[in-house]
Write a protein that binds this ligand. Structure first.
Ligand code: FES
Length: 76
């Protein structure tokens, strides 16, 4: 990490969408290839349908939504 970036990386899991990664300099894909990041926040595909992997390109929006789990539905 550079001194300009935070030392901590934050990952937010978007329901039926990407991981939003804050503070990373590099994202390593499933093949072990490193992808440099130049933005403070990047969206990483987790649906497997992006045409720009490892980045999210919005293709997840075309997929059926996952029904909420009982825990999420009750807000616990
Ligand atoms: S999560 Fe957005 S395209 Fe896969």
């Amino acid at each position: 990490m550079t001194s300009e970036r935070p030392a901590v990386v934050h990952v937010t899991c978007c329901p039926d969408g990407p991981f939003l990664v804050r503070g990373a300099d590099v994202i390593r894909d499933e093949d072990g290839v490193d992808h440099a990041t130049h933005r403070p926040v990047v969206a990483v595909c987790r649906c497997g349908k992006s045409t720009r992997k490892p980045w999210c390109d919005g293709m997840h929006k075309l997929l059926p939504r996952t029904p909420p789990t009982p825990r999420a539905a009750t807000g616990e």
